[in-house]
Design a protein around this ligand. Structure first.
Ligand SMILES: [Zn+2]
Length: 243
């Protein structure tokens, strides 16, 4: 399984980090986690197209995690007509808004682009990738994803509850030992709050993602504290992690 950060930024633009979007490659299949930016150009740069995407998993409906859907669904509707992604989304009302928008831009949303409402539990299993959605406290209907493929385990926190997400959300569902990689957001609290739950059930690797200037010092502090036990990296756009 290979994870590539197409966008590792938070909700406010920065020069070199785009909005949330990660590409997962497993065998000959490709998936996206969040679509805050339109991923089309980044896919093409890597030799892929939107037609290669089997599924898109959206953690929550804030713009920096979902607004890229407009461009992606647009190009899949009028040009990449063999694209048939399944888009898993916490709420279906944005799909109605998307249909209205695309009616104006490209004649409408093509029917084989399918949408499915997320619920807690196993939400996807195509025999290659299995995804379990875990409800978190970031907003009503927001999720973290526990992803399994090729015998590897990946926990993608998405955005957590502001203020105490690492102890309120992360500690509740990161109770499995031997997780290969935790991708932990750090835009909404002091990253040091991750320390105790991480040490209780240490993953093999940690990637701090979605960090901003408010909490950047705490991200470096966390890395300094645990790097010898849990190799830690701060996500940047283009970063690839092989599991
Ligand atoms: Zn966010």
């Amino acid at each position: 399984m290979k994870l590539t950060f197409l966008g590792s930024g938070h909700g406010v633009p920065e020069p070199n980090r785009n909005y949330s979007c990660a590409l997962l490659e497993v065998k000959d299949k490709r998936y996206l986690v969040d679509i805050g930016m339109d991923p089309t150009h980044e896919l093409i740069k890597r030799g892929f197209t939107p037609s290669d995407i089997a599924a898109v998993f959206i953690t929550h409906t804030h713009g920096d995690h979902m607004n890229g859907m407009v461009g992606f669904a647009d190009i899949c509707s009028w040009f990449y007509k063999d694209a048939d992604p399944l888009i898993l989304i916490p709420r279906l009302d944005p799909v109605e808004a998307l249909k209205g928008w695309l009616q104006q831009t490209c004649g409408g949303l093509r029917e084989s682009i399918r949408f499915q409402k997320l619920n807690e539990g196993i939400v996807y299993d195509d025999g290659t990738l299995k995804v379990c959605a875990l409800r978190n406290g970031h907003m009503p209907d927001s999720y973290s994803f526990f992803i399994e493929a090729e015998g590897k385990k990946l926990l993608f926190t998405g955005d957590l509850k502001g203020g105490d997400g690492p102890t309120a959300d992360y500690a509740r569902f990161a109770t499995v030992d031997g997780i290969d990689l935790v991708v932990a957001e750090s835009a909404h609290f002091d990253a040091m709050l991750y320390l105790e739950p991480l040490l209780r059930h240490p993953p093999k690797k940690l990637c701090i993602n979605h960090y901003n200037w408010t909490w950047i010092e705490s991200c470096y502090h966390l890395k300094q504290q645990i790097n010898d036990k849990i190799p830690t990296v701060l996500a940047t756009d283009g970063l690839e992690i092989q599991l």
